[in-house]
Design a protein around this ligand. Structure first.
Ligand code: SF4
Length: 218
């Protein structure tokens, strides 16, 4: 396992930020001035779906359901119909509607306190982290299977099957996200995971991180 010292994390962050500034992807949810609703919906849609797939569809979905109230008031079958292009429509429609009803009940209020945020059952760890990062501007990791793959290949493997409960991976992801440009570090890792450190056939031979990468050097 590569040593996860402050120095190795700082080197990893620096190289990724530099790469991202030249090669990062552009998505509608990465624009400035999005509402809390728009940011949360993007993160919910991105779960278990490629960003490129969501990108082609996101604007239409937001136009059809511009706020929590419109989503909460819509029939699940209508929401599912809109969600068809990205799949898992029935499951997603039911979850989005419940989430919208909860947010309407809360009048859109999101608690800043993390334990309180975690009491909103429909968010889960990933969305709560995204809220901290994108809305409250706190360092927090967008830790999904893609980020986990990059971190594990570079720094070393986790012990537990479930990302959410592995203390090593959780600590590592948090430490990696602690940076003045935390959002950029997160987006850089996700883009790097999609374009270079892919699940199948990572481009190790030409990768700018290969020198210190555990996976490559094994
Ligand atoms: Fe990923 Fe390969 Fe680069 Fe390591 S060397 S970070 S495994 S692409």
């Amino acid at each position: 396992m590569a040593e996860t010292t402050a120095k190795s994390i700082s080197r990893f962050q620096g190289k990724l930020i530099k790469w991202y500034k030249e090669h990062g992807r552009t998505f509608p949810w990465r624009k400035n001035n999005l509402s809390q609703y728009q940011l949360i919906i993007a993160e919910v849609l991105l779960q278990r779906t490629k960003a490129e797939t969501v990108s082609n569809f996101y604007k239409d979905f937001i136009a059809a359901f511009p706020d929590w109230k419109s989503l909460a008031d819509s029939d699940t079958t209508i929401i599912a119909e809109y969600l068809k292009p990205i799949g898992l429509q029935n499951q997603r429609a039911a979850r989005l509607k419940k989430l919208a009803q909860e947010m309407v009940r809360r009048r859109g209020f999101l608690p800043r306190d993390r334990p309180e945020l975690d009491t909103i059952p429909l968010f889960g760890q990933y969305i709560a982290n995204a809220i901290e990062l994108l809305i409250f501007k706190k360092p927090s990791p967008l830790l999904d299977v893609n980020m986990a793959r990059v971190l594990e290949r570079y720094f070393g493997e986790r012990k537990l099957a479930d990302i959410r409960y592995d203390p090593y991976l959780q600590d590592l992801a948090l430490n990696v996200s602690i940076h003045a440009e935390s959002k950029t570090v997160n987006w850089a890792i996700l883009d790097f995971a999609a374009l270079i450190c892919k699940a199948q056939r990572p481009q190790c031979e030409t990768c700018f991180l290969s020198k210190q990468c555990t996976y490559f050097n094994q």
